[in-house]
Design a protein around this ligand. Structure first.
Ligand code: PXG
Length: 459
């Protein structure tokens, strides 16, 4: 390759196919379908591929580029920190200013008494850390048998062994012989699929009480914690009925089990609050963060620790035997500081809550009128539509017809990234979208639903 002429799409695709194993990808199928799409640059809420196509990024990268692309302040923050101190660790009684300042800012922004943070490089590592914090906490209190963690089916908590075990994705479990012992799952509050005949209030209570049933089944003295996303993201933007979270909170309080809110997607404005827990009135003991904390510009995650847990861990003494080389990486922390300060100074959270999300909700809801849409739901700037064959019965298209993937492919060909989770289409655009972007997103989605319906009819 000469420096003067960068490779073109075909060369990139062939090197990619030969050398690069992608996450969550069927490589044989990708090769048969013509290879990977190569994203070369991005600006604002648009990404551009190597063929010059401009695509509205309806997924904010992977639920993370909340401030959109091309924010020079974030680039400058990383560059300045790399010049000053590109790396040092937080082990052996050392630390550095970006980690200190970010931990302070996070404790100011978080709800309740969250005064400690343990930094990681990702959301998976954040949840892996939570498992250790939870078990360490109960052991320090002389309750080492209180070690089982209850999670939910179809949750996504990451891809490390602990993260994938906490996740409730059956395909991941089957392939990897998971979950590891000490992690069990209850059913999710997915009303469209599981509770169509019930009122939302009834269904929410019923699904929350599955937690109580599970605690009683396995024995309250063995249950350490419950972990859940305030709104399930990767599982298909599953928004629980209003009755769900208060009942979960009651159960956690009553049986003295820790409540972990996995806010890797919902923190930092996605639901129109700094933390999604505040929207639902959840009072978690631990919160997982990642993604939006740096707007995705550099990798960073963390476990936010409330005083209930933090004080036990600190006051009881003894080493917490856990940590990563990149726990609190200085450049990542500097970018997180810059990103959170922009969010605060530009009132991005308020803008989502008061302006963009209400507009988005109203425009997104119109998709429910489409002949192959069984439901259109949204909260903040997270949304889903359910593709169905029959609106009245909610009957799905046959699995082999791959309605969701068809729709996704039409979308990308027509300038929109919209993700398919089976036949549930989801979006989670950058928090800086304007009304005109929302219009563009919904217009393309409608047109691609038309194309999907036509192609399904012809199949
Ligand atoms: N918790 C939640 C709620 C997540 O959404 C993780 C933990 C793990 O974070 P890391 O940084 O380890 O990836 C996530 C990640 C998808 C998709 O297909 C979603 C995620 C990751 C990859 C794909 O929607 N979420």
């Amino acid at each position: 390759m000469s420096a003067a002429s960068p490779p073109g799409t075909r060369q990139w695709q062939s090197s990619d196919q030969r050398h690069h194993l992608h996450p969550f990808t069927d490589h044989k199928a990708m090769a048969e379908q013509g290879g990977s799409r190569i994203i070369t640059r991005a600006e604002g809420v648009y990404i551009y591929d190597s063929e010059g196509n401009k695509i509205l990024d309806g997924m904010a990268g992977l639920w993370c580029v909340n401030l959109g692309y091309g924010r020079q302040e974030l680039v400058d923050a990383a560059a300045a920190q790399m010049q000053e101190l590109p790396y040092y660790n937080n082990f052996f009684q050392c630390t550095h200013p970006p980690a200190i300042e970010l931990s302070k800012l996070l404790s100011e922004l978080s709800p309740g008494n969250f005064n400690q943070v343990f930094f990681t490089g990702s959301g998976s590592e954040a949840n892996d850390t939570q498992v250790r914090l939870i078990r360490h906490y109960w052991a320090l209190l002389g309750r080492p048998d209180k070690m089982t963690i209850i999670a939910r089916k179809n949750a996504y908590h990451g891809s490390t062994i602990a993260g994938a075990s906490l996740s409730g994705m059956s395909a991941m479990h089957e392939q990897m012989r998971l979950p590891v012992p000490g992690i069990v799952h209850i059913e999710q509050p997915y009303q469209f699929a599981l509770g169509a005949d019930m009122s939302p209030a009834q269904f929410g209570l019923q699904q929350a009480r599955l937690l109580e049933e599970k605690i009683l089944e396995i024995g309250v003295d063995t249950v350490a914690a419950f972990i859940a996303e305030p709104v399930q993201g990767a599982g298909g933007v599953i928004i629980p009925p209003d009755s769900y979270w208060p009942e979960i909170q009651r159960i956690c309080d009553e049986y003295n089990i820790l409540l972990v809110a996995d806010e890797v997607i919902t923190a930092f404005g996605r639901l129109g609050e700094w933390f999604g827990s505040s929207h639902f009135g959840i009072r978690p003991d631990l919160i997982s963060i990642a993604k939006g904390v740096t707007s995705g510009y550099l990798p960073l995650g963390g476990a936010l620790v409330s005083d209930r847990v933090g004080e036990v861990i600190i006051n009881k003494g003894g080493e917490f035997a856990h940590g990563f080389t990149y726990s609190g990486h200085p450049a990542a922390c500097a970018v997180a500081l810059a990103s959170l300060r922009i969010m605060r100074d530009e009132h991005i959270v308020e803008r989502v809550r008061e302006r963009t999300a209400p507009y988005f909700k109203q425009r997104w809801a119109t998709l429910a009128e489409h002949p192959i849409v069984g439901e259109a739901r949204s909260l903040g700037l997270m949304a889903a539509i359910e593709i169905v064959k029959d609106k009245s019965t909610r009957e799905r298209f046959h699995k082999d017809q791959a309605a969701g993937s068809r729709c996704r492919d039409f979308c990308v060909d027509n300038g929109l990234i919209m993700r398919a989770v089976g036949d549930t289409m989801i979006v989670s655009p950058p928090l800086v979208v304007e009304e005109r972007h929302v219009d563009e997103l919904v217009d393309i989605a409608w047109r691609c639903l038309d194309l999907t319906a036509e192609s399904l009819e012809a199949s």
